[in-house]
Design a protein around this ligand. Structure first.
Ligand code: TA6
Length: 282
């Protein structure tokens, strides 16, 4: 079942419920901000202070960073691009069977996007709500000239206690430490006990996030870079749309195309970045 709903301020979202899972998706940013498999706890973290307003990113869920990741060289342009602060158009909802709902949303260039990024494009976001949550981000160059993008599915995963988290799949991988601005090598599986902001490079492996009572499996497609971020206590104080203590309950693990994993798209060509998230039972 799919329902079109609004918050009290008129902010629109889609609620999807089927026999195995449910999800909420904002038209703003094609942003999945809740996903839960039947009988399981919420998979995505959402800030208790998240803003659901036009032209503001939502803190939590899966923001789409596109057509650039991180800050732009022109500091007047929005961090992480404009997709996450743009209103998408609803294309379709296909209820394939009673356990699989597929929502498709679209963004194309407009006079507003042309001011910040002067290209013609189509961005198609397909969200499959089933036993797994699958988000795919298809960029098509509808222009007559090539363009370059960096991008990320900036997923915020909910965790019971960040100090108990282990991340498997990054051992022996190289990363760019955004805090020290140095290249490093991950010697062991990852445990987090301080601020972390890393871009793992040449990494196309699947990742497991394990906690005391549950584990999440992340499968990437067309991504050779992975971002891991937690602001920890000090930085969290400067983030207005999250509570100081909420860093304990989240970890961002982001399928990306960043640094030298950027993509150049020729006219009429497409590329699809994908992320599948699922619970592992144990
Ligand atoms: O993905 C990590 C990161 O780029 C961090 O550097 C951090 O700033 C974070 O994203 C959040 O960015 P935002 O613009 O949503 O506050």
């Amino acid at each position: 079942m799919i329902e079109f709903k609004t918050f009290s301020n008129g902010f629109p979202y889609i609620e999807v419920t089927n026999s195995v899972a449910s999800a909420k998706i904002a038209l703003h940013g094609a942003h999945v901000f809740e996903y839960k498999k039947e009988g399981k706890s919420e998979l995505l973290w959402l800030s208790s202070l998240a803003l659901f307003e036009e032209n503001k990113p939502i803190r939590g869920g899966i923001p789409i960073c596109w057509p650039w990741f991180g800050p732009h060289s022109d500091s007047a342009l929005p961090q992480h691009g404009f997709a996450r602060i743009s209103r998408f158009t609803f294309v379709s909802c296909d209820e394939k069977d009673e356990a699989t709902s597929i929502v498709t949303l679209k963004l194309t260039d407009s006079p507003k996007t042309r001011i910040v990024w002067d290209f013609s494009f189509e961005l198609l976001v397909t969200i499959t709500i089933s036993k797994k949550l699958h988000v795919s981000l298809k960029t098509t160059n509808t222009d007559i000239k090539e363009f370059k993008i960096t991008q990320a599915l900036h997923s915020y995963l909910s965790v019971e206690n960040i100090s108990d988290v282990e991340v498997f799949g990054v051992k022996n991988c190289t990363y760019f430490d955004q805090l020290s601005k140095t290249m490093e090598v991950q010697k062991d599986d990852l445990h987090i006990n301080q601020e972390i902001d890393r871009i793992y490079t040449h990494l196309n492996k699947n990742i497991i996030l394990k906690e005391k009572n549950r584990a999440i499996f992340l499968q990437n497609s067309n991504s050779n870079s992975l971002v891991i971020w937690n602001p920890w206590s000090e930085k969290a104080k400067f983030i207005k749309d999250m509570q100081d203590y909420e860093y304990k309950n989240m970890l961002c693990i982001e399928s990306a195309n960043v640094l030298d994993d950027y993509k150049i798209l020729q006219p009429n060509c497409s590329i699809t970045l994908g992320l599948k998230l699922s619970y592992i039972s144990y």
